[in-house]
Ligand binder design. Structure first.
Ligand code: ADP
Ligand code: 5GP
Length: 220
């Protein structure tokens, strides 16, 4: 069980909303999957999208795959925390499951683009924004080709969008350079754990400790 890897760990009172952005192929899913397997109380926010599933992708696990009509209906109902068009397809984060997770103390990882990050920043000030960048742009192209799930035309479109994502670096709270993968895993997980450990997110732990000290007549 994941929690056994961090003895004595306790969830924050309200979960942390982590925005993880970066160009396609930079390693976001790789870092996110490993973090979820290691850090307790961390979930992946399953976005809605109009794009077709890649091989191995499952509805409700990787994305909620929706028709354009259904997506537009949800937009009109105000069901999204944020939504954006990326590579001619619509993507969005649903409000309800986000609220539910955070209020139960679970933290969420949102793999969303820079447009989505800006909308989250406007609506959810406590969110923490992490940008993943490649050591150099050439490395990215070869990773996208190595993934071998997208047609050549799509790989070219994705490369064209890289500048938009990486160029927004100054807007982010943290940056992780995904060169050596082990180093990147450590850096990414350090950011998540540090933010989840902030005293201001731990009011109930603070009051438990203060109460215990009071009971012993040792208030500071
Ligand atoms: P994203 O979610 O950002 O689109 P992925 O996590 O799917 O990216 O990674 C794209 C490809 O690059 C995958 O084949 C993955 O195994 C590989 N990859 C990720 N990080 C590294 C790294 N540091 N060095 C080499 N290959 C990597
Ligand atoms: P992919 O099609 O490779 O899974 O994702 C393409 C891009 O869409 C990535 O940059 C990813 O971060 C972004 N994306 C995925 N889900 C969402 C979402 O819900 N909102 C926004 N704004 N971007 C998303």
């Amino acid at each position: 069980m994941a929690s056994s890897s961090l003895p004595g760990w306790r969830l924050p009172d309200e979960g942390v909303l982590f925005v993880v952005s970066g160009p396609s192929g930079v390693g976001k899913s790789t870092l996110v999957q490993a973090a979820m397997a290691t850090i307790p109380g961390l979930s992946f926010s399953v976005s809605a999208t109009t794009r077709t599933p890649r091989e191995g992708e499952r509805d409700g696990v990787h994305y909620h795959f929706l028709s354009r009509e259904r997506f537009d209906t949800l937009v009109a109902r105000g069901a999204f925390l944020e939504h954006a068009t990326v590579y001619h397809q619509a993507y969005g984060t649903l409000m309800e499951p986000t609220r539910e997770a955070l209020s139960s103390g679970r933290s969420l990882l949102l793999d969303i683009d820079v447009q989505g990050s800006r909308q989250v920043r406007a609506g959810w000030a406590a969110a923490v924004h992490v940008l993943i960048v490649p050591p150099e742009l050439e490395a990215l192209e070869s990773r996208l080709r190595a993934r071998d799930t997208d047609p050549e035309e799509v790989v070219r479109q994705r490369m064209a969008q890289v500048a938009e994502q990486v160029g927004a670096i100054a807007e982010y709270d943290y940056v992780v350079i995904n060169d050596d993968l082990d180093t990147a895993h450590r850096a990414f997980q350090a950011i998540l754990l540090a933010e989840m450990s902030r005293v201001r997110r731990r009011a109930s732990l603070v009051s438990d400790i203060e109460r215990a000290l009071e009971d012993r007549g040792e208030t500071g």
